[in-house]
Design a protein around this ligand. Structure first.
Ligand SMILES: [Zn+2]
Length: 376
């Protein structure tokens, strides 16, 4: 009824008596039981028929009732249809996001999820539009997006892997992201660390990356931590649902692994050199091996050179880091089969991928092969 007054005003001002006739016809059809899409489609057909009659028989009595030009009629129809579609889309997204999650399907709920959840506010219209492509995914939907929003993750290292990890996690709407790195941006980083600009040269990586993430998505909370993660950081790691390790030395990875095993937090790890990279999830608390199960001792000097020594092709960290961000989203939302106990190996030079199974080692010095940490 509230719509009737502006419509009548429009009809009176523009002498669009044909519009009144169409509305009257639709009213009768509605009274006869026609509803929803069928009623809308009938309205569009009547409108098009009026425009067609005006165009075909401009001199007829019927056309004299239609004061509007044919172009105006068609443009108005297009605008009305667009407005209706937009309203329906918003309504649909609201209804999908209203289904709040109970627990992760097929997955052990991630540690700490209950404690870190921010207040259960309804997502804003901007968030609904921003995450629309997630919300329509069957495996994510409103509940999955809501889990991403409540998640708290730690990214270790804002280098080649950290750059795509941070950008994609922020863009995906991971509610709270902490980024640890004590390094500064240098020009030689810019060939692959796409989160930085040339003007960031000399700035602290954690700070510059946090700014880029906030600029990309103001709905996520980013905390830069200007220091390294050591094996004594188990208490810190316990605050997170999961950790992503983008460091590039044995010592740094072993330290993050030790802390993650003690904290019983899943650790998504990526590594790469030259043209090849790997991704897996170290998670002894849930049956998967830890880093030390496979690499208990440091490699001999020169056997595992860093990116600075051996070189790395620019887009490779993009592929490996994005895969790590994808695993994080899967793990948080409980979608698909995460790379737990499996390692994905990507060979960029030959364009090949393969996956190998990984098993815990009973005599692992860090996790003891069954998730019971024996050292700290
Ligand atoms: Zn182990």
């Amino acid at each position: 009824m509230a719509l009737l007054i502006p419509v009548l005003l429009l009809v009176g001002l523009t002498r669009a008596w044909w519009l009144l006739i169409i509305l009257a016809l639709l009213g009768v059809l509605r009274w006869l039981g026609l509803r929803g899409w069928a009623l809308g489609a009938t309205g569009i057909l009547l409108w098009l028929a009026a425009a067609g009659a005006k165009w075909r028989w401009p001199e007829s009595i019927l056309s004299s009732l239609i004061a509007w030009r044919v172009e105006t009629m068609l443009i108005t129809l297009a605008l009305v249809v667009l407005a209706v579609l937009f309203t329906l889309l918003l309504r649909y997204l609201h209804s999908r996001s209203a289904e709040l999650p109970q627990s992760g399907p097929g997955l052990t709920p991630l540690r700490g999820a209950a404690q870190v959840a921010p207040p259960d506010t309804r997502p804003s219209d901007d968030e609904l539009m921003r995450y629309a492509r997630h919300i329509v995914l069957r495996e994510l939907g409103g509940p999955g997006q809501s889990k991403l929003r409540k998640a708290h993750v730690l990214v270790v290292g804002a280098g080649g892997l950290g750059a795509p990890i941070c950008l994609y996690l922020a863009a995906a709407g991971i509610g709270r992201i902490t980024l640890a790195d004590d390094d500064k941006v240098s020009v030689s980083n810019l060939q692959r660390q796409v989160i930085f600009r040339s003007s960031d040269d000399g700035r602290l990586k954690a700070q510059a990356a946090a700014e880029a993430m906030r600029a990309l998505n103001p709905h996520v909370e980013v905390t830069p931590l200007m220091r390294r993660i050591t094996e004594g950081d188990a208490d810190l790691l316990r605050q997170f649902d999961l950790v992503l390790d983008g460091t590039d030395s044995f010592a740094a990875r072993a330290a993050v692994n030790k802390a993650a095993v003690l904290a019983q937090v899943p650790l998504i790890a990526g590594a790469m050199s030259q043209w090849e990279g790997q991704v897996t999830i170290w998670d002894p608390a849930r049956g998967a091996p830890c880093y030390a199960c496979l690499f208990p001792t440091a490699p001999a000097a020169g056997l595992a050179p860093s990116c600075a020594e051996a070189g790395v092709v620019g887009p490779l960290p993009g592929i490996i880091g994005s895969t790590m961000a994808l695993e994080a989203i899967k793990l948080i939302a409980g979608a698909g089969q995460p790379l737990r106990g499996r390692m994905l190996i990507f060979d960029g030079l030959w364009g090949e991928t393969r996956t190998i199974a990984l098993h815990p080692r009973a005599d692992c010095p860090v996790c003891g092969g069954s998730g019971h940490s024996v050292s700290g």
